[in-house]
Design a protein around this ligand. Structure first.
Ligand code: NAD
Length: 352
């Protein structure tokens, strides 16, 4: 055990926000609990380089709020949270760093449950589980395993729901899908699209991922920056956040945007830009909610069941129908419609 220093930061609208440090271990983390349901919250752990603590804190605040929206929309049992561990120059994720982080999680006594996010692998999650029970999405008999396939599935359902809303058919046969990012989720999503008859145009920074897509899907490869200009039916951001902006949106030549990346809109107003261009945007926190729905069940069911997870993730299709219906009725963007639904539910929850 090490001595952790907890600095509480008061942020309006957030339950608890901390800067947790342990200088002798090179450990510095921002931990934001946006909401708690029954005293508990859930959210991924990002372990990456940040320029300074302010940048890390901004990320934790933004992402924990988004987790609340995702959880409420998905009918999750936990409030939204996020933790961000800062890596110093040249610092890598080690078991010792994970042990110190796990101690911080344990000191919150179950108020925060962590899950995989950027910078962490499934092996890291297994190590974390050695040191804290407050972790989900671990590949082991008593856990729900890799959440990526559930995330890929709901992203795929997002494409189908958007096709139904726009073309009056869920079929994606012959549709051109431009995928930005072929990582854990993107590759599985590409696989689903392939088997349903889509033509794929792909980009990634990793050569081996591109080679695999060419071999497995006959995909067309483009350079990372070219993906925004591709003539296609669906543009799928599956790599980074903030990729939909006033710079990139005018370049898009797609009818639909649907991908798994978190926080795709650089600014909230960018949803309106898509709307004005008649591009149907599938709100990211619904498209990518499969992973959350799956890990949520790990703590909700007495024994995790993949079949129950499949049934619950399938509900994303109906959820999107509801969002598109409201958006059309109110003449607002789907992002705004989704936020309305969530905010009404939060209001009902807090005023009950
Ligand atoms: P990942 O790290 O496995 O994959 C990301 C891929 O994007 C990598 O192959 C990387 O090389 C590529 N990439 C990075 N920058 C790029 C760029 N500029 N252009 C093209 N490709 C680029 O991550 P993942 O688990 O597949 O998650 C992808 C996104 O989905 C992330 O935003 C993540 O937060 C979000 N997400 C993932 C899950 C999940 O279950 N894994 C759940 C919800 C949301």
């Amino acid at each position: 055990m090490v001595k952790l220093h907890w600095e509480k930061i008061f942020v309006a609208g957030y339950e608890e926000v901390f800067h947790v440090t342990c200088p002798e271990e090179g450990f510095s983390a921002a931990l934001a609990i946006h909401t708690m349901f029954d005293g508990r919250s859930l959210g991924g752990t990002r372990v990456i380089h940040y320029e300074d603590f302010d940048q890390a804190l901004r990320d934790a605040l933004r992402l924990s709020r988004a987790m609340t929206y995702k959880s409420v929309m998905a009918g999750g049992a936990f409030g939204g949270a996020k933790s961000v561990v800062m890596l110093g120059p040249g610092q890598r994720v080690t078991e010792r760093l994970l042990e110190v982080f796990a101690q911080a999680v344990n000191e919150l006594e179950g108020r925060y449950i962590c899950a995989e996010d950027s910078g962490l692998t499934l092996d890291h999650m297994a190590l974390l589980r050695k040191y804290t029970p407050h972790v989900v999405g671990v590949v082991s008999e008593d856990s729900s395993g890799n959440p990526s396939r559930f995330t890929a599935w709901t992203t795929f359902l997002g494409v189908r729901a958007a096709c139904e809303a726009l073309y009056e058919s869920t079929s994606i046969r012959g549709k051109k899908v431009a995928i930005q990012g072929l990582g854990a989720v993107g590759m599985l999503f590409a696989d689903l699209l392939f088997w349903h008859g889509a033509d794929l145009i792909v980009t990634d920074l990793r050569e081996e991922a591109l080679k695999k897509a060419v071999l497995d899907f006959d995909a067309t490869v483009v350079l990372p920056d070219e993906i925004y200009d591709i003539e296609c039916d669906i543009f799928a951001p599956c790599a980074l956040g903030g990729v939909l902006s006033k710079e990139t949106i005018p370049r898009l030549k797609a009818d639909i945007v649907c991908g798994c990346a978190n926080n795709q809109l650089l600014e909230k107003e960018d949803a309106q830009l898509l709307h004005e261009r008649d591009i149907l945007y599938v709100p990211d926190y619904i498209a990518n909610s499969g992973g959350l729905i799956n890990v949520n069940l790990e703590k909700v069911l007495a024994r995790y069941s993949a079949k129950v997870a499949r049934e619950e993730t399938d509900e994303v299709f109906e959820r999107l129908r509801e969002v598109f219906f409201l958006a059309r009725k109110e003449k607002i963007s789907p992002a705004e419609a989704a936020d309305h639904i969530v905010e009404e539910r939060i209001f009902n929850l807090t005023s009950a």
